[in-house]
Design a binder for this molecule. Structure first.
Ligand code: NAP
Length: 286
């Protein structure tokens, strides 16, 4: 019996159990994948406990992707590059941390749209944890990247991912007059901020970000592929707006599914039934 799970806080709304459990069943693997709510001070004991209990692996989500690093014996190059872990394998007595977020992002574009980032120019909106994984992947795929973020200093911190090479990675202030001149050179616009994410009604009342756009609609051109890595709602206001402007669009469901596919490849070296994972996610989303 394979034991697996996802650790985070909050965790109740994670789609990972539904997605992985459905895939385990379809693949004929005997296993259980559960969601575990972990308090920050219990993170180490949770990881060591899973190892002691014979778990195959764990997924790690907000807010622990960086905080979990001290409890790991080894990082893969992908995780080391961004100092973030979303997948752990317990293997040969060691605790190995990996990140599948970037590879999942690129695989979704490749498999859903046949899109290849190599030689393209991207505008990444946001500079949080997800942006770090996306930017590192884009750079690895020889894509030129502009980053813009509400807190510009946070975007500047990502410049290290390209070793300060401003030909490959540059920060653009978020004001419209700064973004406008580059939009004609941009092929793909990627929202990695949480602006547009579904929140419960109470939270949305205090934070109207759900009803805002990550960048002004006027900046979008029909030549842009617009990717929003948010998956709930499936169709954000940003994607709806981009579609009206004639852009090709993609939501975050594919990234969610493909980061899970890449976790299976890391745990067992096999590809799970991808369609079953998509179906499980689609069935769990409003
Ligand atoms: P994070 O580290 O907290 O970063 C949040 C980002 O959003 C920051 O750049 C932040 O800007 C920006 N932001 C938040 N509220 C804003 C507002 N009102 N106006 C402008 N910018 C705002 O979060 P994360 O882990 O990167 O996740 C970001 C989003 O990606 C979430 O919606 C998450 O669900 C989604 N995600 C999807 C997948 C997938 O598999 N599809 C995977 C990972 C994450 P500041 O720096 O200025 O605060």
């Amino acid at each position: 019996m394979e034991l697996l799970g996802v650790i985070g806080n909050p965790i109740a709304h994670s789609l990972s159990p539904a997605m992985h459990q459905a895939a385990l069943k379809a693949a004929g693997k005997e296993g259980r994948y559960l969601a575990f709510l972990v308090e920050p001070e219990e993170l180490g004991p949770a990881v060591y406990g899973a190892k002691a209990l014979g778990f195959t692996g764990l997924n790690v989500t907000i807010p622990f992707k960086e905080q979990v690093l001290p409890y790991l014996d080894q990082l893969t190059p992908e995780a080391a590059a961004i100092q973030s872990v979303n997948t752990i394998a317990f293997s040969g007595g060691r605790i190995i941390g990996h990140s599948t977020d970037g590879a999942g992002f690129a695989a979704a574009a490749k498999h859903e749209l046949g899109y290849d980032f190599s030689g393209k120019t991207a505008l990444v909106v946001g500079a949080g944890g997800a942006a770090r994984a996306v930017v590192a992947q884009l750079l690895a795929e020889q894509c030129r990247v502009y980053i813009t973020n509400r807190t510009e200093q946070r975007a500047r911190a990502l410049l290290a991912l390209a070793g300060g090479d401003t030909e490959r990675l540059a920060v653009v202030p978020m004001q419209r007059q700064n973004l406008e001149p580059i939009m004609g050179r941009v092929d793909v616009v990627i929202n990695t901020t949480s602006v547009g994410m579904a929140k419960n009604k109470e939270a949305a009342a205090g934070h109207p970000a759900e009803l805002e756009l990550p960048i002004a609609a006027e900046l979008l051109l029909p030549r842009h592929l617009v990717i929003d890595i948010i998956y709930n709602p499936k169709r954000t206001l940003f994607l709806e707006t981009a579609e009206k402007k004639g852009c090709r669009v993609q939501n975050g469901v594919g990234m969610l599914v493909w980061q899970a596919v890449k976790a299976w490849e890391f745990w067992w070296g096999i590809t799970p039934p991808v369609d079953v994972m998509y179906q499980a996610v689609e069935a769990s989303l409003p």
